[in-house]
Write a protein that binds this ligand. Structure first.
Ligand code: NAD
Length: 359
């Protein structure tokens, strides 16, 4: 029986890298009936809505989705469609493995890290108060009264909620993932020394959950600023990292940098019995329609999807073919060549063709 899977092409380079991933996944022989759904700027053009209800319904029904990146203009009232999808479907885990592949140029070799990022709250909750709005002024007055601290009246305010409930489930997910995948160590990353009631709560809850796994997985703690340095200096000391939403976002890009850039790094957003697979990178608008960018991150997200579906043989087949193409370094996109203007670089589609030939 064929799987029915929602396919969101997305904005910018999305349609190109998603098509490449879709063709590679189909080439493994796993039977998939793809149900295309719109989200982002393209959905707005066609339906007047950034995130049509039909798209959410399709993911809810099919339970699995492969999604391209979606553009979010910075600093406008535009709501992030990515965050909206994660919140609407309660995809509370953002899982982002960062693994080195031979042939991909990078300052580091043999990186094998996994980021487990909380995906529903923290400064990403979208609770914000704009400068000079009456509700913002009222809020500032109340906070000043309650805290006896100063806030300048010409401030904007973003709220950072971190709950025991969300922390407990993300940390538990990280430990269960570690056990299932024979991982040895979990590092909980916060700024608990400064934000005592939010990051402090995250850390306290993580310590409590860790007690249930004593003797099975090592538990460590680190401050996010120090962690940024340690990841650059000695990334091999770490294994699984569990973090609140914003730090997870930032350190994901740092880890993508350790393995050769955003073109490589895959991801999954996972909830209870439902999952959306997408690359770490965004819609890279300046490369849209050029058949130029690297499909690896999207293809690797597809490999994560196949593993989620327990199609391990197909996942292995695709991963091995990808590894061969990367190691050969011939039919790869510009970002994987020694020089970015290398004339032997191939396009997104042609790199996918080379991977399919290896399958
Ligand atoms: P970006 O990841 O889109 O691109 C930054 C740079 O990384 C690009 O200019 C390019 O040099 C490189 N890059 C990205 N993907 C690549 C690929 N596949 N191959 C080769 N090089 C690649 O980040 P941005 O420019 O900060 O964001 C653009 C838009 O994407 C924004 O609107 C942002 O909100 C959105 N975004 C969406 C998602 C998502 O949908 N999950 C994630 C991140 C950013």
């Amino acid at each position: 029986m064929a799987y029915k899977i929602t396919l969101i092409p997305g904005d910018g380079i999305g349609p190109e890298v998603v098509a490449a991933a879709q063709r590679c996944i189909d080439a493994t022989g796993v039977k998939i009936e793809w149900e295309t759904a719109l989200a982002g700027l393209i959905a707005q053009e066609k339906t007047g809505e950034l995130l049509p209800q039909a798209t959410l319904d399709s993911i809810k029904k099919n339970k699995v989705c492969l999604k391209g990146p979606i553009t979010t203009p910075i600093g406008t009232g535009f709501r992030s469609v990515n965050v909206a999808i994660r919140q609407a479907l309660d995809l509370y885990v953002c899982l982002r493995p960062a693994k080195s592949y031979p042939g991909v140029k990078s300052y580091y070799k043999d990186i094998d890290l996994v980021i487990v990022r909380e995906n529903t709250e923290d400064l990403y909750a979208g609770i914000e108060f704009e400068i000079d709005k009456p509700e913002t002024k009222r809020l500032i007055e109340e906070i000043v009264q309650a805290s006896k601290k100063k806030i300048r009246p010409d401030s904007g305010i973003s709220i950072k909620p971190i709950s025991k409930t969300a922390t407990e489930r993300i940390v538990r997910f990280a430990f269960e993932y570690a056990i299932k995948n024979s991982r040895k160590k979990i590092t909980a990353i916060t700024k608990a020394n400064i934000m005592k009631f939010t990051d402090g709560l995250f850390l306290k809850t993580a310590r409590e959950v860790a007690k249930d796994y004593e003797g099975k997985v090592v538990f460590e703690e680190a401050l996010v600023d120090n962690m940024a340095m340690q990841l650059v200096q000695k990334p091999h000391n770490f294994d699984v990292l569990v973090l609140p939403n914003l730090y997870g976002d930032i350190l994901s890009d740092l880890c993508a940098g350790l393995i050769g850039g955003l073109g490589i790094a895959p991801g999954a957003n996972i909830g209870e019995g439902i999952a959306v697979f997408e690359a770490v990178h965004g819609s890279a608008p300046k490369y849209a329609g050029l058949n130029k960018t690297n499909p690896t991150a999207m293809i690797s997200s597809g490999i994560l999807m196949l593993r989620y579906l327990k199609e391990d043989k197909a996942a292995d087949k695709l991963e091995n073919s990808l590894k061969i193409v990367l190691a050969e370094g011939k039919s790869v996109t510009y970002d994987l060549k020694p020089h970015r203007d290398d004339p032997t670089a191939v396009g997104t589609k042609e790199m996918a063709d080379a991977i399919i030939r290896k399958i």
